[in-house]
Structures are given as C-alpha cells and as structure tokens.
Write a protein that binds this ligand. Structure first.
Ligand SMILES: [Mg+2]
Ligand SMILES: [Zn+2]
Length: 206
C-alpha cells in the first residue's frame, strides 16, 4: 500500500476473498460544476468555456479519495439527444474535468425521457453498471446530487443519499442535506467513522 489513500481497494484479494469497494457517486452539474440556469431551469454547459468548478470542489474530491471512496460522476446529459450539445464538446468538457479532478470514473447518460433508457436518472442504471465494473458495495456507498432525480437514482440503487438543496431540487427527501460537496464529504467521513453505513430515518435531514 504505497500511498495509503486506497485502503479498501488495496485489501482486495489479500485473503483470496472479494472486498467490495465503497463509492461516492457524484452528480456533475450543481455538485462539481456551476449550474447554468436557462429560463429558471438548471442546464448544462454546452461549450467548454461554460464549465466552472464550484469553490472547494478539488479539496472535497481529494477528501473523498482519502476516505478510500471511489469517486464516480454520474451525469444526465440530455442535450446530446436534443442536439444542443455535441459529443465533441462533451469530450472536451470531460477531458478538462478529469484533468482538474482525480475521478475514478465518469458515466454519462446521453438520452432524453423519450428514449426510455435504463441509465437516465432517476433510473439507477449508471450506478448499477459502475457497481458491477468496480465491484462496489452499493449499500455502503453514497450519492450526492442537487435534484430529485439524483436522489431517487441513489435511493433505488440502495445508496445513502445527500442532497445539496437548490431552488430547482424538486420535492425530494434525502437521507442527509449539505450546503456543498465539502460538507457532504464531512457527512460521509462521519458515517464511515461510525462504522456501518447508517441510513438516517427517511426524511430526517442532517
Ligand atoms: Mg445537478
Ligand atoms: Zn440513458
């Protein structure tokens, strides 16, 4: 264990038995990056220059990794299906995001509601797929989002959910609430220190 930053994953296989990892699933817009409001509705960057990291995010992501969590972004990008975002622009945006933040994985749903896919939040497909790929214990993992769709996806996947409330969050009750990703990381650290992942009684927000 050279760096000591990934104890859970490094233990995997030492005794010939699986050691599932824990993850922090992070929504992108409004959690990592500034939301772009269009007509009062939250939207996503369509050009790389529109992407701005929120304050404190690099330190918060580093904190999550220090906790031994995989950091996995799960983002709906329906502008791809709608033709208002090109795959090339998204590739540049996500290249910059990966350069700025030490992400383990970044999952994108490129669909819109009419596509009926399994990955568009509130469906949990992106989390389930990442769990299979990375051997993640979903019940011991966390989801952080700023909308009802995020929280619902996390809940359906069996994760502990943390809402960063915003004007557009919708009617939703998460396990916990936090002002920003740094505070959400504090909550995750506290829960991990306490031992087993504790789901707060539904509706009780920290
Ligand atoms: Mg969001
Ligand atoms: Zn999808």
């Amino acid at each position: 264990m050279a760096s000591g930053t990934r104890p859970l994953s490094d233990l995997r296989g030492l005794r010939g038995e699986p050691c599932p990892r824990r993850a922090a699933f992070l929504d992108r817009d409004g959690v990592l990056t500034r939301v772009i409001l269009r007509d009062g509705l939250p939207g996503s960057a369509r050009h790389p220059e529109e992407v701005v990291l929120l304050p404190g995010v690099p330190d918060a992501v580093a904190r999550l990794r220090d906790l031994g969590l995989l950091v996995i972004v799960v983002t709906n990008q329906p502008d791809l299906a709608r033709g208002t975002l090109t795959p090339e622009a998204l590739a540049v945006i996500h290249g910059r995001l990966r350069a700025a933040l030490p992400l383990d994985d970044l999952a994108v749903c490129p669909h819109d509601d009419a596509d009926g896919c399994a990955c568009r939040k509130p469906r949990p497909g992106m989390l389930l797929e990442a769990a299979a790929r990375w051997d993640i214990d979903l019940a011991a993992s966390f989801l952080v989002g700023d909308r009802d769709k995020d929280i619902e996806a996390g809940r359906r996947a069996g994760c502990t959910t943390i809402l960063l409330p915003a004007s557009y969050s919708g009617a939703v009750r998460a396990d916990y609430g936090a002002a920003d990703l740094a505070e959400a990381a504090e909550i995750m650290a506290r829960l991990m220190r306490a031992g087993a992942p504790e789901h707060a009684p539904r509706g009780e927000q920290a």
